[in-house]
Design a protein around this ligand. Structure first.
Ligand SMILES: *Cc1c(COP(=O)(O)O)cnc(C)c1O
Length: 238
């Protein structure tokens, strides 16, 4: 079987000169498929969000033409420069906001994003509810949780989640799941496990966890949205 894989790679990646973002994505999806098979995880098909922050069209277009639809950004301003034109042309794009969202950017965020992974305070929840009502647009939302108790990171404290979630429901926000960014230099699995438990406690189905360095670990916990940047686009300049 290895020889077939080799021939496949030579033919597709080299002869037709496949762009590196496309070959990286194919390779990552392959690894995901293999790990799911290895773990015998049934009826499990996680989404890969290609995190395109700092990269432009020439690296994004090969993925769109390959049929990839889910992309992530972490700044509203950068996203509003890059994506409206592409969304016009590629109707199936789902754009995910992953970074800290300031309330004064909510208007634009609701306009261009389909998912927001970083809801982390009540003022933002109120603003989102108001703006979505005004635009009659439903954006799907993840509540970001600060699992490591890190001062420099955003997120709702685990103990405050149930009360915060109830507030979101009364605002009629479309909360689909929870999101975390585990602390550096610690075993991410400990935090993935915590997030699963919190998600179950409030009976949500979607989990946004797993990045380039730990997406294969996140599969063990049935993460439903893997946020992968460097692994697809390469190293970022900043
Ligand atoms: C940049 C970013 C990612 C992607 O990180 P990589 O390590 O490059 O895969 C994922 N999630 C968030 C919130 C990010 O800001």
């Amino acid at each position: 079987m290895r020889i077939f894989k080799l021939i496949y790679e030579v033919v597709f990646f080299k002869v037709f000169d496949m762009h590196h973002t496309e070959s990286n994505l194919i390779e990552i999806k392959d690894k995901i498929k293999n790990k799911i098979k290895l773990l015998s995880l049934n009826q499990y098909d996680p989404k890969v969000i290609a995190v395109s922050k700092t990269f432009d069209e020439k690296d994004i277009l090969p993925l769109l033409n390959f049929g990839h639809n889910d992309f992530g950004e972490n700044k509203v301003q950068e996203a509003s420069l890059k994506w409206p034109k592409l969304k016009e042309k590629y109707k199936n794009i789902k754009l995910h906001m992953l970074g800290k969202l300031q309330t004064n950017k909510v208007k634009f965020a609701v306009e261009i994003f389909d998912y927001i992974h970083s809801l982390d305070n009540l003022k933002l929840a109120n603003k989102l509810a108001k703006e979505m009502h005004k635009k009659d647009k439903r954006v799907k939302i993840f509540i970001q949780i600060n699992l490591g108790g890190e001062k420099q990171k955003s997120g709702i404290e685990p103990n405050d989640l149930e009360a915060f979630y109830k507030n979101c429901l009364s605002l009629k926000l479309d909360i689909v799941g929870t999101m975390c960014i585990p602390p550096d230099n610690q075993d991410p699995k400990l935090f993935f496990k915590d997030l699963v438990n919190l998600n179950n406690k409030i009976k949500l189905s979607e989990l946004s966890m797993g990045m380039t360095n730990d997406y294969l670990d996140a599969l063990e916990f049935r993460s439903t949205y893997l946020r992968i940047g460097t692994g697809i686009f390469g190293k970022r300049a900043n």
